[in-house]
Structures are given as structure tokens and as C-alpha cells.
Design a binder for this molecule. Structure first.
Ligand SMILES: C[S@@+](CC[C@H](N)C(=O)[O-])C[C@H]1O[C@@H](n2cnc3c(N)ncnc32)[C@H](O)[C@@H]1O
Length: 136
């Protein structure tokens, strides 16, 4: 982040947000550089400012990814980066016979983003698959 950057993190679980606060403090990150919001992502994202964010990292409920992506697309500036974790979903996304709801949702979302004119998209085989998309 730039020196004046602010990281906003949203999670519905209070104890997870406390863990994030503890980690930031342990790393010596000044409190004014982070905004830790407890709430349902879809509700919080709807109140955030359009085109005001450089990067959105998504790692919530896999069944809700498409909703997070729709909101993040609105929030990112042109040139901003969308990052989605678990896009290989324990190698299930690559297996056409694997048809459970979460796997199909992530598989379809990857295809939608790859085809979207709004993004330049790549999938990195890092960890459980990191999809990185730059907003035009
Ligand atoms: C896989 S964990 C991510 C943890 C973190 N990114 C990490 O790597 O340590 C998923 C997180 O999403 C949160 N979550 C799930 N659904 C959510 C929602 N609708 N709104 C906000 N947070 C949600 C869960 O509470 C959980 O902390």
C-alpha cells in the first residue's frame, strides 16, 4: 500500500476480526491504516464508495463469491485489481465430473470473469488457486 493507504477488512465473525486487529497490532501497523468492519459483506459493501478502491481480495463464503464480485467490480477504480482465493477449490474446479454447488459456482464465475470485457484475468496455480483480474 502507499504510505497513506487504508486497508478495509470485512468479516461477519467478531472473533475473526479481533484476530485481524491483534495481527495488525503485532505487525506494528498503525490503527489509522486499517478499518476493521464486522458485518455481512453484502451489506457493508453496498455502503462503500464506488471506484474508490485499488484492490479487492475475496476469501469469504464460496457460495457468495458472485455477489462479492459484483460489489467489488463497482468499488474498484479503473486499473484496480480483483483477487479471488480458492478458485481451484482443492482441484475440484478442474474436474468436469465434480458438480456440487460450490464447485460449479466457482467454475462458472472463473469463466464469466475470463470472458468479461471489463477485466483482464489470469488464474495463478498458487495455493488453492488465485484468480487475479485487472479492471480496465
Ligand atoms: C476462509 S475464511 C478467510 C480467512 C482469511 N482470509 C484468512 O486467510 O485467514 C472465510 C471468512 O469469511 C467469513 N465470512 C463468510 N461469509 C461471510 C459474509 N457473508 N460476510 C462476511 N464475512 C463472511 C467467515 O467468517 C470467515 O472468517
Amino acid at each position: 500500500m502507499p504510505a497513506d493507504g487504508v486497508l478495509t477488512t470485512i468479516d461477519s465473525e467478531t472473533d475473526h476480526q479481533q484476530a485481524a486487529k491483534d495481527a495488525f497490532a503485532a505487525a506494528g501497523v498503525p490503527h489509522q491504516r486499517t478499518r476493521v468492519i464486522t458485518g455481512r459483506a453484502q451489506d457493508v459493501l453496498a455502503r462503500m464508495t464506488d471506484g474508490a478502491y485499488d484492490l479487492a481480495f475475496i476469501d469469504g463464503d464460496k457460495g457468495e463469491y458472485a455477489e462479492y464480485v459484483a460489489a467489488a467490480t463497482r468499488l474498484l477504480r479503473s486499473g484496480g485489481v480483483l483477487v479471488l482465493d480458492n478458485m481451484l477449490w482443492h482441484d475440484r474446479v478442474a474436474g468436469p465430473a465434480v458438480r456440487d454447488v460450490a464447485t460449479r459456482g466457482l467454475r462458472d464465475l472463473g469463466k464469466v470473469l475470463r470472458a468479461a470485457d471489463e477485466f483482464v484475468t489470469t488464474l495463478l496455480a498458487v495455493g488453492d488457486g488465485l484468480l487475479v483480474a485487472v479492471k480496465r
